[in-house]
Structures are given as structure tokens and as C-alpha cells.
Design a protein around this ligand. Structure first.
Ligand SMILES: NC(=O)c1ccc[n+]([C@@H]2O[C@H](COP(=O)([O-])OP(=O)(O)OC[C@H]3O[C@@H](n4cnc5c(N)ncnc54)[C@H](O)[C@@H]3O)[C@@H](O)[C@H]2O)c1
Length: 258
């Protein structure tokens, strides 16, 4: 498969390696600042034109929270299957869904493409469903990442929080700021730490007066993320009855189809 990469930073370079490991060809890399990208531009029209011209059959976008929406809006109309890994744009999900519906294009996004994290998500949902029946347990979330991360809290931790709240109706409000007062029982606290080179750690604490149960996912490196994103693009661009998939998908859909 011919693949274009938008954003040729740390993840972009790992994606290029993961793509070639899986037998794909990277035909275009676009980045306004990376001198080793094949197209050095921050102009979204020039980016989309270069990708169409390259003959790419799929695009993977890992750029920056400030550029991702403009990139999505320029790429969706091309109809080329698009996988987006950049986080920090979830507030605009509805407008992106409308754009994807308008163009009938294949679009997949995830705040975390790692296979292990996606298994962790499922474990968290199952655990929260179980713990919802035991009112003596409170629940809270913690995440830590390297000090170069642009957004906080991590997109992954927000997904974990959504899963906990979906299964535990007594938690109705997510609090991501530090508490300067006592938490209300319905508040779910998500705390973030930024330090050194941590690739990403996410913990869910279920706590009662008698004990604590912790579920933790610790990433060792980011290779699994790149490989997962390439696998996601393979899934997204696999044709159903000779036709491309249409609509907005997530890693959930990839896992549900396994
Ligand atoms: N969903 C996931 O699984 C996952 C995993 C890792 C990182 N991320 C996210 O992916 C993004 C990139 O991560 P990274 O570690 O590669 O960062 P990075 O800073 O190493 O690379 C980002 C690259 O994007 C480029 N860029 C900036 N503006 C751009 C634009 N308009 N068009 C194209 N490229 C542009 C930068 O020049 C840089 O080279 C971050 O938002 C990060 O949070 C998501």
C-alpha cells in the first residue's frame, strides 16, 4: 500500500519504519518544519495536492494539536482513507463527523493506537462495570507523560475517564484541575504529571476504606503506537465488497472486528 504521512516528527519517523516493516511504501511525507520531509509546507492546500499527486492510498496524520483540524478539513475531501493520531481536537468531533458524512470518506481516529492500551480500555470498562455495584469504592485516575507533551490531560486518560463514567453512573463530573477543596462524591478526579521521558502511564484507582485496587498500563516505548496506527490504516482501507468504508471509526471498530 502507498502511504502518505502528515507530520514528520518523532511519530512520523516511527510510522515510516513501521509501514516499511509491514511491506508498505511511504510515498509522501509532509511537514512545515522537518527538513527531511519530502514536502516542506504548512499550507493545507499544497499538502492535500501533494498527497493526491503522490498516489497515496492512505494517509496517517500525527502533527500538532494546533494544526490537526485544518489538516483534517483539507484531507477528508480527497476521499483517501485517513488515520488521525494527533490528540487535542475532540471538542470538534461533531463538526468532523459532519464533514466526513458530507464527503462519504473513510476516517479513523484514536487517542491511542497501542494494542496494549486498547486491551487496557476494555479491562477498565469491565472493572468499572463490576465496581459500580460496590458503593464503598471511590475511583480516580492518574496519568504521567514526558515533558515534551503539548496537551494535558492526555487524550488516552480522557478516554479512560469516559469509559469509567459510562459504567459508574455515580460519577457524573470530570475534574482535571487540582482540588483546592474536598471533592464531591459525583466528581471523578483525573490528575496529570509531566516529567522527563516517560512514554505514558495510565492508572485507575478503585479505593475503599479497606483496600485499593489499581489497574495500570505502562508504555515501554512508542513503537507499538506506530505499528497500531499502520494496522488501523490497513483495516480502514480494506475494501468491503469492492467499496471503501465510509464514516468515522475508532480503534474500537478495529478490535470489534477481530
Ligand atoms: N494517538 C496516539 O496513539 C498518539 C501517540 C503518540 C503521539 N500522539 C500525538 O501525535 C502528535 C505528534 O506527536 P510526535 O511525538 O510525533 O510530536 P513531534 O513534535 O515529534 O512531531 C510533530 C511534527 O508535526 C509537525 N507539524 C507541525 N505543524 C504541522 C502541520 N501544519 N502539518 C504537518 N506537520 C506539522 C512538526 O513540525 C513536527 O515535526 C502529538 O499531538 C501527540 O500527542 C498520538
Amino acid at each position: 500500500m502507498k502511504i502518505a504521512l502528515v507530520g514528520y516528527g518523532k511519530m512520523g519517523h516511527m510510522l515510516a519504519r513501521a509501514a516499511s516493516l509491514r511491506g508498505h511504501e511511504v510515498v509522501c511525507t509532509v511537514d512545515p518544519f522537518a527538513e527531511d520531509a519530502s514536502v516542506v509546507t504548512g499550507d493545507v492546500k499544497a499538502m492535500a495536492d501533494a498527497i493526491v499527486k503522490s498516489g497515496a492510498e492512505g494517509v496517517i496524520e500525527f502533527s500538532h494539536p494546533t494544526s490537526v483540524l485544518a489538516n483534517i478539513r483539507a484531507l477528508v475531501p480527497t476521499g483517501i482513507p485517513l488515520v488521525v493520531g494527533t490528540t487535542g481536537w475532540q471538542g470538534e468531533l461533531e463538526s468532523v463527523k459532519a464533514l466526513v458524512a458530507e464527503h462519504g470518506s473513510p476516517f479513523l481516529h484514536s487517542s491511542n493506537f497501542s494494542v496494549g492500551v486498547n486491551l487496557f480500555y476494555r479491562m477498565v470498562s469491565n472493572a468499572a462495570r463490576l465496581m459500580a455495584q460496590f458503593e464503598e469504592y471511590d475511583v480516580a485516575l492518574f496519568e504521567s507523560h514526558h515533558n515534551q507533551k503539548a496537551d494535558s490531560p492526555s487524550g488516552t486518560s480522557l478516554d479512560v475517564a469516559r469509559r469509567v463514567m459510562a459504567e459508574m453512573p455515580r460519577k457524573t463530573t470530570l475534574i482535571t484541575d487540582p482540588f483546592t477543596r474536598r471533592p464531591e462524591p459525583q466528581e471523578l478526579h483525573l490528575a496529570s504529571l509531566r516529567v522527563g521521558s516517560v512514554p505514558g502511564t495510565h492508572t485507575v484507582f478503585f479505593d475503599s476504606s479497606a483496600d485499593t485496587i489499581e489497574l495500570t498500563h505502562t508504555a515501554r516505548n512508542r513503537e507499538g503506537l506506530a505499528l497500531g496506527a499502520v494496522r488501523a490504516l490497513e483495516w480502514l482501507s480494506a475494501q468491503d465488497g469492492g467499496k471503501l468504508k465510509k464514516g468515522v471509526f475508532t480503534m474500537n471498530d478495529v478490535f470489534d472486528s477481530l
